[in-house]
Design a protein around this ligand. Structure first.
Ligand code: FAD
Ligand code: NAI
Length: 468
């Protein structure tokens, strides 16, 4: 048993934890980061954002080669898939990113401790690793233990036939058919990866729309476009059971509001009905750290838990489960611990769905503005009317900007279209500065770019788009 004292001990090395550790070290604090897995980077780098984007990017190229190249004058014949090579690319991308964190830890003098961290009391963390247990003293502890896939009663995940996103990122053959339970972000991203590679994909969603957190028009447009690409949707439907036999899974489906059951036989099932905070083995109860009824660690406005000196950030606390939200909280909590004032504007956190086309959103949806009784004007412009989008043969979708009816201040922006995730950044910046739709409309946008659709949507807020 040995004991070492740190200013900050971060438990978990996902985007919340590793960024917090780096920022704390930058601020001159003696910092350690404990990670139970063999590699650094958490869900995001190992089994989340990064590997999913590798497969999305490559499968999109495959789909273009199969469906679009010939029409653009590129005759390469029917493309042939080498799934093993595609997976090797994904694994290499993951390895280079996780190794990158090890490098950053060394560069910033963050001590990397391998093992499972458990809080025995404020100021003390016990680490169980390969070589036994050791106790670490910490003036400040940051919980950044992330989240895990939410289970569904009656659906037994084996990560082979019935998989979560983790299994869906590592299938060793293209399944003939895939049922996706949950029409959220993971369902649509991972569903489209396999659909592009030749799988018959059926998305089963409990609610009457996909991407329920996003603006209603975005949900509708995404469903329409993905259905055109070949994804089948069963909305307002719940799965009540699964039977696995001889390489097939038979799901029992029922209308969400009651009615006759039906069967769906598929080769593979992806369970993607949300994620829940992960705090197993952390010893929260013993340490006196309170969680809410959904298992989220409760924090005050300074990210402090119910125990002074113990903080929490990322997926394990309230707010959207997004890597950039976790990262920003990591920076802020390190700065708060160092005596600075940290701040995050939760109204300006963008969300992006990396399908093709992408969907991106920031701020309030139309539904939220209506519910809150906030008067607003909407300006919408289609990619179809943009020269660059036509040149790229990527004309699906639109940009919609929502601005306050009296002040013109931008309250939200919702995009379906090529590079939506990149385009939204401009609107996020304007919103951070409290800018108006008129501000965006008066900014000079290079021609021909996709960004001109953002400018035109801003002009449309005032009823004066130029190119439609
Ligand atoms: P995590 O990344 O979950 O990291 C937590 C870490 O803590 C893990 O490494 C875990 O092993 C470790 N840990 C847990 N308990 C202990 C313990 N007791 N001791 C030591 N270590 C412990 N978000 C985006 O913004 N963009 C995307 O494109 C995106 N794509 C995604 C795709 C998929 C398939 C999934 C599943 C998620 C995706 N996300 C995406 C969400 C994103 O991954 C999470 O929001 C983000 O990883 C949360 O970061 P975190 O630091 O809170 O936790
Ligand atoms: P999600 O919350 O996005 O979607 C879950 C969907 O499942 C919802 O539409 C919900 O109505 C539906 N659902 C819930 N119970 C159901 C049931 N019993 N039967 C059928 N449908 C049901 O969650 P998802 O897709 O699992 O992703 C988890 C989180 O991971 C996301 O919320 C997001 O925060 C993060 N993520 C982010 C990505 C990104 O930023 N691009 C990509 C992937 C994940």
């Amino acid at each position: 048993m040995s004991s070492e004292t740190f200013d900050v001990v971060v438990i978990g090395s996902g985007p919340g934890g590793y960024v917090c550790a780096i920022r704390a070290a930058q601020l001159g604090l003696k910092t350690a980061c404990i990670e139970k897995d063999n590699t650094l980077g958490g869900t995001c780098l190992n089994v989340g954002c990064i590997p999913s984007k590798a497969l999305l990017s490559v499968s999109e190229k495959f789909a273009h080669a199969e469906h679009d190249f010939a029409g653009l004058g590129i005759d390469v014949g029917k493309p042939k898939l080498d799934l093993k090579k595609m997976m090797t690319h994904k694994d290499k991308v993951v390895a280079s990113n996780t190794q990158g964190i090890s490098f950053l830890f060394k560069k910033n003098k963050v001590t990397h401790i391998v093992g499972t961290g458990s809080i025995t009391a404020a100021g003390t963390v016990e680490v169980s690793g390969k070589d036994g247990k050791k106790t670490i003293s910490a003036k400040n502890i940051v919980i950044a233990t992330g989240s895990e896939s939410t289970p569904l009663r009656g659906i037994e995940v084996d990560e082979k036939q019935i998989v979560t996103s983790t299994g869906a990122l590592a299938l060793d053959k293209v399944p003939a058919s895939l049922a996706v339970i949950g029409g959220g972000v993971i369902g649509l991203e991972m569903g489209t990866v396999w659909q592009r590679l030749g799988t018959k994909v059926t998305v089963i969603e409990f609610l009457d729309r996909v991407l329920p957190g996003m603006d209603g028009e975005v949900s509708k447009e995404m469903k329409k476009i993905l259905a055109k690409q070949g994804v089948e949707f069963k909305l307002g439907t719940k799965v009540t059971g699964a039977e696995t036999k001889k390489g097939k899974v038979t799901l029992t489906l029922e209308p969400a509001n009651g009615g006759a059951a039906e069967k769906l036989e598929v080769e593979t099932v992806l369970l993607a009905i949300g994620r829940r905070p992960y705090t197993a083995g952390l010893g929260l109860e013993k340490a006196g750290v309170t969680v809410d009824n959904r298992g989220m660690v409760q924090i005050d406005e300074h990210f402090q838990t119910s125990v002074p000196g113990i903080y929490a950030i990322g997926d394990v606390v309230r707010g959207p489960m997004l890597a950039h939200k976790a990262e920003d909280e990591g920076v802020v909590v390190a700065e708060i611990i160092a005596g600075q004032s940290g701040h995050i504007n939760y109204d300006c956190i963008p969300g992006v769905v990396y399908t093709a086309p992408e969907a991106a959103s920031v701020g309030k949806t139309e539904e939220q503005l209506k519910e809150a009784g906030i008067p607003y004007k909407a300006g919408k412009f289609p990619f179809m009317a943009n020269g660059r989008a036509r040149a790229m043969a990527a004309t699906d979708g639109f940009v919609k900007i929502l601005a306050h009816a009296e002040t013109d201040r931008v309250l939200g922006c919702h995009i379906v279209g090529p590079e939506a995730g990149t385009l939204i950044a401009e609107v996020v910046a304007v919103m951070e500065f409290g800018g108006s739709a008129e501000d965006i409309a008066r900014i000079c946008h290079a021609h021909p770019t996709l960004n001109e659709v953002v400018k035109e949507a801003a002009l449309a807020v005032d009823g004066r788009p130029l190119h439609i």
